[in-house]
Design a protein around this ligand. Structure first.
Ligand code: HEM
Length: 144
């Protein structure tokens, strides 16, 4: 195997390198990983009484939300942008305007999402923490 000292130049040996994950979407593991986070999130929302207030705001059938949040997160994390193409100009802040999102409800969202990411992304603490932090910031910004 070639080592840097074998090389005639100082250029990196890209052909030998591990393929780099280019986006958070890829690094997470693509659609299956996003689906695992989203499904865990809504399973927690449905099953844990700590999130009863958050659950009550949502429609009885959470399947459309499982699809929509997964589609949003895929594009948002640098993956396929189908959700954004199907929803041109839809902005997360305006989507949530009609809902009375108290600080407590935002906290429920953050708590359930933090647990969902921790459960679904067990082997990449850096990615887990970065994703949790940025979603927390977004959700806290919706609370009033
Ligand atoms: C701050 C706490 C939040 C609360 C209380 C909340 C609540 C809600 C509710 C009640 C709906 C409508 C659900 C339904 O029709 O059944 C909704 C839709 C949605 N939320 Fe949130 N949400 C929060 C934060 C977020 C964040 C941070 C994101 C993005 C990372 C997000 C992504 C979405 C998406 C993609 C939809 C569906 C939009 C659509 O398809 O039209 N939500 N949210």
């Amino acid at each position: 195997m070639a080592t840097p000292s074998d090389s005639q130049t100082v250029e990196p040996q890209v052909a030998d390198a591990e393929p780099a994950a280019t986006t958070p979407f890829e690094r997470l593991g693509g659609h299956p990983a996003i689906a695992a986070i989203v499904n865990r999130f809504y399973d927690l929302m449905e099953g844990d009484p700590a999130y009863a207030g958050l659950r009550a705001m949502h429609a009885p059938d959470l399947n459309p939300m499982r699809q929509s949040l997964a589609g949003f997160l895929a594009g948002w994390s640098g993956g396929p942008r189908d959700w954004f193409e199907a929803n041109p100009g839809r902005c997360m802040m305006s989507v949530h305007k009609p809902f009375d999102i108290t600080h407590e409800l935002a906290g429920q969202w953050v708590d359930a999402m933090t647990r969902a990411i921790a459960d679904a992304v067990p082997n990449d603490p850096q990615m887990r923490d970065a994703m949790t932090a940025v979603l927390e910031q977004m959700a806290r910004g919706m609370g009033r």
